[in-house]
Design a protein around this ligand. Structure first.
Ligand code: C5P
Length: 206
């Protein structure tokens, strides 16, 4: 990727707070933001609807995404299943790089941004938290939207996705060597956002 301005890569396991932190970081610095999980979720949803994963990946139109319907546990699992396919990943890779390229200054969040999509990113963060804390947060989020979920079910979902995301051969979930690690288990949202912004300010100012 040719560097024009400033690219922030934010990776981490399911429900660690990446989405909230990424949105806040993008708003703080005035950068564009791409939630790359939505791309995989859209492919997963397409497969659940009977489509072929690679065909769906090659013909995605993010402008048409219905974000609410993509944020269900079923679609999350389907996303992590299609995400093991290297052909799906390469079909989505260019879209992600083009987004960063066009935006100039961008925050991308996902699983492989700092390692594969934007290895030359100026700032890399790896956001994590214990599985129990992540499940609790996701449970509150989903049940708050009126979804019929249980804490045990959400914990099982988070653990299954983590295992699949970490063990796949193509672009597994792993922190880039030069990523700043932020464990949000004991942090409030404000504290986690504050740490992320401080880490990026430090890199920008260096
Ligand atoms: O981040 P989110 O939970 O929306 O991602 C859904 C799934 O998409 C993840 O569990 C993972 O399998 C996949 N994904 C990925 N690479 C990314 C973003 C998401 O493999 N960059």
């Amino acid at each position: 990727m040719t560097k024009r301005s400033f690219c922030v890569a934010i990776d981490g396991p399911a429900a660690a707070g990446k989405g909230t932190i990424s949105k806040a970081v993008a708003a703080h610095f005035g950068f564009a933001h791409l939630d790359t999980g939505l791309l995989y979720r859209a492919v997963g949803a397409g497969v659940l609807a009977g489509g072929d994963a690679v065909t769906v990946a090659k013909t995605l139109d993010p402008a048409q995404f219905d974000q609410d319907s993509l944020r269900t546990p079923e679609v999350a699992q389907a996303a992590s299943r299609v995400a093991v396919d290297p052909d799906v990943r390469s079909a989505l890779l260019q879209f992600q790089r083009d987004f960063a390229e066009k935006a100039g200054c961008a925050v991308l969040d996902g699983r492989d941004i700092g390692t594969v999509v934007a290895p030359a990113a100026d700032a890399k963060l790896f956001i994590t938290a214990s599985a129990d804390v992540r499940a609790q947060r996701r449970f509150l989020e989903l049940s708050g939207k009126g979804m019929d979920v249980t804490l045990e079910g959400v914990l099982a979902d988070v653990k299954a996705r983590d295992a699949r995301d970490r063990s796949r051969e193509a672009a597994p979930l792993v922190a880039a060597k030069d990523a700043v690690l932020i464990d949000t288990s004991e942090l409030s949202i404000e504290q986690a956002i504050g740490q992320a912004i401080a880490a990026i300010e430090k890199i920008k100012g260096a």
